[in-house]
Write a protein that binds this ligand. Sequence first.
Ligand code: FE
Ligand code: FE
Ligand code: ZN
Length: 276
Amino acid sequence: MLVIGSHLSSSKGFTGIADDALKIKANTFQFFTRNPQGGKAKDIDPRDVQNFLKIAGEHGFQKFVAHAPYTLNPCSDKQETRDFAKLVFEDDLKRMEYVPGNYYNFHPGSHVGQGVEAGIEMISGLLNQVLWSQQSTIVLLETMSGKGSEVGARFEELKAIIDRIDLKDKMGVCLDTCHVYSAGYDIVNNLDGVLEEFDRVVGLERLKAVHLNDSKMPFASNKDRHEKIGQGTIGFDAIFRFINHPKLRGIPMVLETPNDLSGWAEEIKVLKQNFH
Ligand code: FE
Ligand code: FE
Ligand code: ZN
């Protein structure tokens, strides 16, 4: 079964997300836990959650991905920004327990000139503060394109973060196809090789979710510009090989392509038609 969906608006709560997911025939999805630029999250409405869980059960929704705001940077050089990251992380993980057993994805962070090593220390330091042994959520490090001083464009950096975490069983990785291609992993000409490298460095068992995007930018450009499926430098053929790869079966794949609901419905249709 192809587990496929897109990034959806959370402005109408979980019920609104479920409605949109059904409209586009998705069986997974992603949403921002709050305004992507940060800010306070809306209070959870238990009736909204109950309604969502009912719909999710009836329609066989698979695990979903909640995405942290972009402004969350655990390895900022400013104490107040690092404090904000901790606050948001703690609050989001608490809220995630209303919908147990799903994924919380975040961008590892930008070290803003302090160096990758220092960044890795701060990111793992935050995680060791906010993870707890009874949580049901798995936290995902997203693979990054390597723009600016982003940490997490190399598989080795993700591995180094996970290595420093006490509760390793709470950690996974979300692979963004646009980002890894921009970071210099050639999923177009050598998908097998990239997955072997991921397995060797991080371990494929850590790969819990995928962001399925085409890219506006050339290979190894370290630029992060998503494109619609088939219209970018990755292309239909590589995307179809990706969704059909035996090592990636059953992993939730979320479109973050520049689309509206009807565009995502069309992409999901085409992807399902090309899934064997
Ligand atoms: Fe992201
Ligand atoms: Fe992404
Ligand atoms: Zn991106």
